[in-house]
Design a protein around this ligand. Sequence first.
Ligand code: DC
Length: 222
Amino acid sequence: MSIAIAIDGPAGAGKSTISKAAAKRLGFIYIDTGALYRTVGLAASREGVDPGDAAAVDELLGKIKVGLAFNEKGEQIVLLNGEDVSGLIRTPEASMMASKISAVPAVRAFLLDLQRNMADTDNVIMDGRDIGTVILPNAKVKIFLTAAPEARAKRRYDELIEKGMDVKYEDILEDVKQRDYNDMHRDIAPLKQADDAILADTTEIDLEGSIDLIVKIIEENA
Ligand code: DC
């Protein structure tokens, strides 16, 4: 039987970096489910589909194929109709579109089996918003990974500046707060800590410390 670890939490808590590093240490496959919603968001932007228009979203879902694969370095890449869009889904605009489109029930249903199937055969660390509550309710270990909005905005700001993007801290903080609100207040699969999830707050902990903490939680509970 394969082992599944669910890591949920708000945007910018370091979920992907920490989960990826923890997976590497533990020999698990890391799956970033946010990339799937970002990819549907990108498809909607390209086609000019309004996330609020249910019929248009449905039509879009009928036309697209979203898949995950791994490159020669073993890193996850995400495919939209066979095109590698891993880089294109990382802009602030794509983040906001992903947040909006992820509130559409048909989009969540569209991505459900894809996520569950990946946990069927392999030992996985899967990160997202509803992994412990909806996608993998029987996950062996559930972690709710969070940090204060200001700390999360600062980390994302540093990341984007490093990539050479021209962004303002205040805009990123506003984005973080807006996405938190969207993610927590949508009707379907809202972001919330599962009853049986372990809370990990990394506001005061650096990256290495956060990875150590998550690995320790997994080792003690898996
Ligand atoms: O983790 P991320 O920032 O890449 O996620 C992008 C958006 O997708 C985020 O606003 C919430 C949504 N999302 C979701 O609703 N459910 C998931 N399992 C993962 C992400």
